[in-house]
Design a binder for this molecule. Structure first.
Ligand code: UGA
Length: 435
């Protein structure tokens, strides 16, 4: 199939590269000439395991190309995917200006039948608006279909998620479009669910909000564990063993972050309110998430008493491991909380530090070259992102180099008993008596 993808951000780039890898011809279109130049010269703007290799392989094979020319992309493909940003507005609703602009741009260069697929995360009923806009701006009255095809990629494992999806959701009201969409996904050999457009759009928001709800649920349980001496890890195992519940996304911690859950939960609340069917339940999800970080800071303060001038090491800055993405990272918020209390913060992250500097996210933090360097002479160590490499560190040595061996484990990465045995004062999340 000949495919073009408008927007070479996270979703667009990973989708384009993987579509090319299964044999489609893909043109990635982006209006940022610098990004296009970089991609053409083999530079990948994001860190995502496996992505660079897939991009290079398919560019060399002539399966994948980059351009800033939307007319060229639309002209040379049967299917046009829209994968542009849908950023949040201050009231939580979604800014759909990029989607609207791309819809107009496609309409203006549309010369033959095309399937226009919305891959960006959008509120329900956006597909209807996209179709209306294309109809209005396409002077030639060319036939087209709009399809909703939400993505379910997780940063850090986006390539393998795309290559091995649990399901593919195609929201379409047209048999013609559906036939073409099925050809796109045939090589992935995954179950395809066909729905109407509104249901497909809802599936995306409802799925992300449910996962966020699961996290807030276990985080709320962690507070009961702390009040009673129970251990949230055991509770999560116990309830997660029930197949109807499942163990994943029941990891208690300092809350969810990133560019998806906070934005999508807020957007789902906003659209539900606009539709007169408010999802009050999700407001509680947001409240628990915010509280989780506040409770963690309180725990640090209760132990260290005054934070001003205290030397605190922070391990992990990205919103989760295996990514360099530091946007909306709870770890960054935590560092800023500590800095605003007057603490002296030395932080280390395996992949996120460049972006922290570039985006000026925590001014005043001292970034170090290694986890051990951050811990040197520290009065407390805070684990904010659960990178696997932190688990492998020699804690005998950490204890020796710290001024006072106190650990606040915001992601329950370490075993409380082992830490105790090694001479640390250990505080986890919901680890009750042991923590
Ligand atoms: C999320 C969804 O998992 C994807 O299915 C979806 O496609 C994507 O959003 C999107 O809408 O584009 P992502 O934000 O990359 O993916 O990362 P997750 O692995 O879902 O983690 C999100 C946040 O939840 C992280 O801050 C993580 O630390 C936190 N989390 C996750 C927990 O606190 N506990 C858990 O048990 C799981």
């Amino acid at each position: 199939m000949d495919i073009s993808i408008i927007g070479s951000g996270y979703v667009g780039l990973v989708t384009g590269a993987c579509f090319a890898d299964v044999g489609h011809h893909v043109i990635c279109v982006d209006n940022d000439q610098r990004k296009v130049d970089a991609l053409q010269s083999g530079q990948i703007p994001i860190y995502e395991p496996g992505l660079e290799e897939v991009v290079h392989r398919n560019v060399s094979a002539g399966q994948l190309a980059f351009t800033n020319n939307i007319e060229y992309g639309v002209g040379h493909s049967q299917i046009v995917f829209i994968a542009v940003p849908t950023p949040p507005q201050p009231d939580g609703s979604v800014d759909l200006t990029y989607i609207e602009r791309v819809a107009r741009e496609i309409a203006e260069v549309l010369k033959d039948y095309r399937v226009i697929v919305d891959k960006s995360t959008v509120p329900v009923k956006t597909g209807e608006k996209v179709a209306e806009t294309i109809r209005r701006y396409n002077k030639g009255g060319i036939d087209f279909d709009v399809v909703s095809n939400p993505e379910f990629l997780r940063e850090g494992c986006a390539v393998s998620d795309l290559m091995n999806p649990d399901r593919i959701v195609i929201g379409s009201n047209s048999e013609r479009a559906l036939t073409l969409m099925k050809k796109v996904y045939e090589p992935f050999m995954a179950p395809i669910m066909v729905t109407d457009i509104n249901s497909a759009e809802l599936i995306k928001h409802a799925a992300n909000s449910f996962l966020a709800l699961k996290i807030s649920y276990i985080n709320a349980i962690s507070t009961i564990c702390e009040a009673t001496g129970a251990d949230v890890e055991m509770v999560a195992e116990g309830i997660g063993a029930d197949k109807r519940i499942g163990r994943s996304f029941l990891n208690a911690g300092i809350g969810y972050g990133g560019s998806c859950f906070p934005k999508d939960v807020a957007a789902f609340i906003a659209i539900s309110e606009q539709l007169g069917a408010p999802l009050a339940l999700l407001r509680e999800v947001q409240r628990v998430n915010k509280l989780q970080r506040e409770r963690f800071i309180k725990k640090i303060k209760d132990t260290l008493w005054v934070l001003k001038d205290k030397r605190i090491a922070v391990w992990g800055l990205t919103f989760k491991p295996d990514t360099d993405d530091v946007r909306n990272s709870v770890a960054i918020d935590l560092v800023n909380d500590l800095l605003s209390e007057g603490a002296i913060v030395r932080a280390y992250d395996p992949k996120g530090m460049e972006k922290v500097v570039e985006l000026k996210l925590c001014e005043g933090v001292m970034l170090t070259r290694s986890a051990l360097e951050a811990a040197e002479n520290a009065e407390a160590l805070v684990l904010a992102t659960e990178w696997r490499e932190f688990q492998a560190i020699d804690f005998e040595q950490v204890r020796k180099i710290m001024h006072t061996p106190i650990v606040f484990d915001g992601r329950n990465l370490f075993d409380p008993r082992t830490m105790r045995r090694l001479g640390f004062t250990y505080h986890g999340i919901g680890r009750g008596i042991v923590g």
